[in-house]
Design a protein around this ligand. Structure first.
Ligand code: 13P
Length: 252
């Protein structure tokens, strides 16, 4: 019932020439089959250009961050409605790099999540533990805290039009990947937490895995019952690498 979502988080990478080549490679190689969609999340300045490049294709557009405010004196920020104007359907909120490097709290992330939804964007809420937290046995309490901040602010109903991404911080950009079993354990936990509040919404929400997903490990991760796609950094920057993951998601 849940489709796979294969999402590329380009982070602060790319440029006009590189993006053009990447997008044309992806668009030309979208696997046949069904049961999946593809999403790219370029840096802000390239959103409109990428929107034009993917027009008419099966590839969707998202942004990597958004302001929690609608408009006004917030120098350097980008409002949710502006992302809609640029052609976005999705926006990543609460990526661990935003939390760790830019000090975003779970409460600010919750405000961004709500602002995104109010503008008609689908938020992709990132949650996940650091290596120290995992080693302390705190994985579930960390993801619960991050999830609960959004549930408290937005309510379970909001997860009817949202995506969750479990991104263990220790697996991001490190080449270390959670095993399918490690990832499934946390994905299953996240879905169970949502199911306590609403079983139907929990059953429908896509929970993506992020953390060194690549062509070689995608099939094993995507075979897990509660893993509904990937949020991919490094391997989303080369068309063939991204398409290898897409191929693992394509059914039939
Ligand atoms: P990598 O795929 O490079 O580990 O990055 C994962 C990530 O942070 C996606 O948001």
């Amino acid at each position: 019932m849940r489709e796979f979502l294969i999402a590329g988080n380009w982070k602060m990478n790319g440029g006009n020439a590189a993006n053009g080549a990447l997008i044309s490679g992806i668009v030309a190689g979208v696997p046949s089959g069904s049961g999946f969609s593809l999403l790219v999340c370029p840096p802000f300045p390239y959103l409109s250009a990428v929107a034009a490049q993917i027009e008419g294709s099966a590839v969707k557009l998202g942004a990597q961050n958004v302001s929690e405010h609608e408009s006004g004196a917030y120098t350097g920020e980008v409002a949710p409605a502006m992302l809609k104007d640029a052609g976005c359907d999705y926006v990543i909120v609460g990526h661990s790099e935003r939390r760790a490097i830019y000090g975003e709290s779970s409460f600010q992330v919750a405000a961004k999540f709500q602002a995104a939804q109010a503008a008609g964007l689908t938020p992709i809420l990132c949650i996940g533990e650091t290596l120290d937290e995992r080693n302390e046995g705190a994985t579930e309490s960390v993801v619960d805290f991050q999830l609960n901040a959004v549930l408290d602010a937005a309510g379970i109903g909001a997860f009817g039009s949202a995506v969750v991404a479990y991104e263990p911080v220790w697996a991001i950009g490190t080449g270390m990947t959670a095993t399918p079993e490690q990832a499934q354990a946390v994905h299953g936990h996240i879905r169970a937490q949502l199911a306590v509040l609403d079983e139907k919404i929990a059953a429908g929400v896509q929970i993506l895995y992020g953390g060194s997903m690549k062509g070689e490990n995608a099939a094993g991760l995507l075979a897990m019952p509660d893993i509904d796609g990937g949020l991919i950094g490094g391997a989303s920057l080369k068309a063939n690498d991204f398409l290898a993951i897409a191929a693992a998601a394509a059914q039939g």
